[in-house]
Design a protein around this ligand. Structure first.
Ligand code: ATP
Ligand code: MG
Length: 559
């Protein structure tokens, strides 16, 4: 792990089961796995599973966690996704060491296990059409009925499976099914599919196979081959557990892992299913998988989320069997806490207006000292250039301001952060009446923002020296959807709820010169929020910053 948190991981019901299994001697070491299908990019929901599985491997002696690509569907899977998934897992701070696997590594073994089932009369090749298979399956209230092909001989079944494997049949012509019970109350047990024909080459195995194993068969057998002790998955697989156990009871596998289910992470104001993420990306509703508004790990990384914040969030939400929707603000609070603790401060003006100090010498420059981190004196001070012409935030001046407006208006004195007290004398307006310059006088006896006579000012505003300023574009993000549960509307498509104002671009921002340094980490722009350079679009001479998150939860107020 490349950057460790000091907080111990809270226990949960899964860790309690593991503790008991180690105590009783059922296992002497724990092996978990994270088994993504490489059919898209990882999202924050996957992070919950990654933190759970890899977290266990870090906290228990001799424990390991395998990264296994569940690559059984070559039509939808790509090596681009495999690379991205590895990068995301590493970025989160986890390491699979030598335990990188693919379900396709086991295709020979899986096939041999399927033949074993046929020989035990526990599997058969069905030749019903897909439509008939559905009809024969029955439903929740009616039992299914046996396929007329259910009685095929072992020899016929083996020969047919062999032919399917070699590509002698068209897709959908035959299907290998487990022979369990067509009247089982649990529909997953009504002779589920084991192998389907797919005349498609595979990135790892080329054209060797014309059949690919189904998830329910491949997954439990792969777990068993790898000696996984605890196979942790989300609640929708609870109804599949009897099948998981059936396969492993029928087959002579080296181990029988225990499947334990926990609830998925759901977040409000976003969507997380890969199908929907694909739609958003492919339909150009967002700019790629790493769009900073998406809940993908690559999008969040680009936005400026830190691995620490995500791990902290996963630890706070815990692991239970209760289904719920977590508020985005919980995630953002973990983020704020980490950024507040770890990001240096800087001054940046996002909506600039000139401030001219009329009594400051024309050609004078000076260097003032800015505190890098108010809570970390060891991070010291930085140089901030100061001169006669500054930029301040347009909203820090108001004409005819009320008494409680502790910023600039004619006759009012404020502190320029780290600099001087200034008093507004007048403003210059253009023909349309818009303010273009705020004119002030300064008190040279208040250098560093402290007055010698002890006089107090209520407001402190940020600024940037005009001739030293660095230009930048700043992108401010808002929720991607306008309603909390966009995917749960029965009448409307979730895409109807896309927030049209989810990105707000400011082109003319003025940053403190120290931000010219190549910035890989986040900054707090004082009074504004947390920002970092965009890792795709920001270039020397054309800096682009993303607003990671505001200083406070402004969304709570809006609601
Ligand atoms: P999706 O439903 O978004 O397409 P998936 O479950 O099909 O996701 P996989 O690649 O199969 O995606 O997931 C890998 C692992 O991540 C699985 O063990 C799965 O249970 C877990 N996982 C996926 N989504 C979540 C989530 N929202 N919360 C917790 N775990 C999740
Ligand atoms: Mg899936």
């Amino acid at each position: 792990m490349n950057d460790t948190t000091t907080e111990p991981t809270p226990s949960n019901f899964i860790r309690n089961i593991i503790d008991a299994d180690l105590e009783s001697g059922k296992h002497n070491k724990v092996i978990t796995r994270f088994p993504p299908e490489p059919n898209g990019y990882l999202h924050i929901g996957h992070a919950k599973s990654i933190c759970l599985n890899f977290g266990i491997s870090q906290d228990y002696p001799d424990a390991t966690c395998h990264l296994r690509f569940d690559d059984t569907n070559p039509g939808k899977e790509k090596s681009e996704y495999i690379d991205a998934i590895k990068e995301d897992v590493r970025w989160l701070g986890f390491d699979w060491a030598d335990n990188l696997h693919h379900t396709s590594d086991y295709f020979d073994q899986l096939y041999a296990y399927a033949v074993e089932l046929i020989k035990k009369d526990k599997a058969y090749v069905d030749s019903l059409s897909a439509g008939d298979i559905r009809l024969y399956r029955g439903n929740l209230t009616e039992p299914g009925k046996d396929s007329p092909f259910r009685g095929r001989s072992v020899e016929d079944n083996i020969a047919l499976l062999e032919g399917m494997k070699k590509g002698e049949f068209a897709e959908g012509e035959h299907l290998l099914r487990a022979k369990i019970d067509m009247s089982a109350p649990n529909i997953n047990m009504r002779d589920p599919a084991i192998y389907r024909i797919k005349n498609m080459s595979h990135p790892m195995t080329g054209d060797t196979w014309h059949i690919y194993p189904m998830y329910d068969f491949a997954h439990c057998v792969s777990d068993a081959i790898e000696g996984i002790t605890h196979s942790l998955c989300t609640l929708e697989f609870e109804d599949h557990r009897p099948l998981y156990d059936w396969f492993l009871d029928e087959l002579e596998t080296p181990a029988h892992p225990q499947q334990i289910e926990f609830s998925r992470l759901n977040l409000d104001y976003t969507v997380m299913s890969k199908r929907k993420l694909h739609e958003l990306v492919e339909g150009d509703f967002v700019n790629g998988w790493n769009d900073p508004r998406l809940p993908t790990l690559s999008g969040m990384r680009r936005r400026g989320y830190t691995p620490n914040a995500i791990r902290d969030f996963c630890s706070r939400i815990g692991v239970t069997k209760k289904d719920n929707i977590i508020e985005m603000s919980v995630l953002e609070n973990s983020l704020r806490e980490d950024l507040g603790e770890n990001s240096p401060r800087a001054l940046a003006v996002l909506d600039p207006i000139k401030l001219i100090i009329t009594n400051y010498p024309e050609d004078q420059d000076e260097i003032l000292a800015g505190v890098n981190h108010p809570k970390k004196p060891e991070e010291g001070m930085r140089d901030i250039p100061f001169s006669k012409e500054l930029y301040i935030e347009r909203s820090d001046y108001m004409e005819d301001a009320p008494k409680k407006f502790f910023r600039l208006t004619e006759g009012r004195e404020v502190r320029l952060r780290f600099a001087y007290y200034v008093t507004c004398t007048h403003v210059i307006k253009d023909a349309s009446g818009e303010v273009t310059e705020v004119h002030c006088t300064y008190d040279s006896q208040t250098r560093g923002g402290k007055s010698e006579d002890g006089r107090k000012v209520k407001g402190t505003i940020h600024w940037v020296s005009a001739k030293h300023a660095v230009n930048a574009e700043v992108r401010q993000y808002d929720r991607l959807f306008t309603i909390a549960a966009p995917a749960s509307s029965k009448e409307q498509d979730y895409k109807d709820f896309i927030n049209k104002d989810s990105i707000h671009v400011l082109k003319n921002c003025k940053l403190e010169a120290s931000l010219l340094e190549p910035a890989t980490a986040a900054y707090q722009f004082e009074r504004q929020g947390y920002f970092c350079q965009d890792n795709v679009d920001s270039k020397a001479g054309a800096l682009v910053f993303n607003r990671i998150v505001t200083l406070r939860d402004s969304w709570a107020k809006k609601k």
